[in-house]
Unconditional design. Structure first.
Length: 340
């Protein structure tokens, strides 16, 4: 009989043993539960810098792999070079499992199956999309969530490349995982629980027309946008990505009339951005203004009140630069007149 004080040690050893054992073990990582709304598949983003710091996404994935499969070595950073793998920017992970070891191959295949599997709502490649993974290379082949297809990598299935000296080049001794910048920075739903708010359809920009000055008609405060709970967003809860516009309907909401309004008074906030962020608010369909209405520091909430002309479509536009975070907009009044 094993003494109870030794059970935690034996359990830990049982997790590590498959890395050298000949017996295959099929397990998958365990994470939080998610809803039906999911991130769009990550596109490949070329390296454009050299940043020798491990980014949040690869660090989190490494921790998850250790918790699931045991102490298998991995690396994120490589010295700056002309390569375009993501390692030089700290947004790629090599997980050192080998197809020549049956147990390690089983772990690699199990992990890839977890990334590719649909979720309970039928979303394909669910965990890869939530992690912000742009591509994976393993065992002579490359897989991209954006296409869902495996393709041969580097001619590695050729008979001349079957030898061990090609195992690194052909990724037979490690799984390579590359992240988009959103995945690398931990901005996707795997880390935050929120997808990025979708960009609206393009509006042609026309000059803004400032309405004549008139008295403000106060109304009972009504929330017209709340990204954390999905208020004012048909797509539901989301986080606002920097440089992606959000359009919000203000006419006919709460005490704001549907017609006869020239501008609305909005109390706005940037909430819990992941980096310093600036917010711009303007008439939908007109040019993005140069000056922000408020600046928020990382992790803080910043409020301001702004009066915005409203166009005939009854929308105002908002856009963050810098950080990614939540937006809150309350309408508190309006001015009477023709729409801009």
């Amino acid at each position: 009989m094993v003494p109870s004080r030794l059970l935690p040690v034996l359990v830990a050893l049982a997790v590590v043993l498959p890395t050298t054992s000949a017996h295959a073990v099929t397990v998958a990582p365990t994470t939080r539960t998610f809803g039906a709304v999911i991130d769009v598949p990550a596109a490949w983003e070329r390296e454009s810098s050299c940043s020798q710091t491990e980014k949040k996404g690869p660090r989190k994935l490494r921790k998850l792999l250790v918790a699931t499969y045991g102490l298998v070595s991995s690396n994120i950073l490589r010295p700056c070079s002309g390569a375009d793998s993501g390692h030089e920017e700290g947004r790629a992970l090599d997980w050192m499992v080998s197809v020549r070891d049956p147990a390690q191959k089983e772990m690699g295949d199990s992990f890839l199956s977890w990334l590719q599997a649909p979720d309970e709502f039928g979303n394909p490649s669910a965990m890869a999309r939530r992690l912000g993974i742009s591509y994976v290379i393993w065992n002579n082949a490359m897989w991209r969530p954006a296409t869902g297809a495996w393709t041969e990598y580097g001619g590695c299935t050729a008979p001349t490349k079957r030898f061990k000296r090609f195992d690194t080049t052909c990724h037979r001794n490690h799984v390579h995982v590359s992240f988009s910048w959103d995945g690398a920075l931990g901005r996707t739903s795997f880390y935050t629980g929120y997808v990025a708010c979708p960009a609206p359809a393009y509006n042609p920009w026309v000059p803004a027309v400032l309405p004549p000055v008139s008295d403000v008609v106060p109304v009972e405060t009504v929330r017209v946008l709340g990204t954390r709970r999905g208020v004012g967003l048909p797509s539901g809860p989301c986080r606002v990505h920097p440089d992606v516009r959000v359009d919000v309907r203000v006419l006919g909401v709460g005490g704001i009339p549907a017609t006869g309004v020239s501008s609305v008074v909005l109390r706005t906030a940037v909430a819990r951005s992941d980096a310093p962020a600036q917010l711009r608010v303007w008439t939908a369909g007109t040019a993005l203004p140069l000056d922000p209405v408020v600046t928020a520091e990382k992790g803080t909430d910043a409020w301001t009140t702004v009066t915005v002309p409203v166009g005939p479509d009854g929308l105002v536009s908002l856009q963050l630069t810098g950080g990614m975070g939540h937006l809150v907009v309350d309408a508190t009044g309006y001015t009477v007149g023709a729409a801009a």
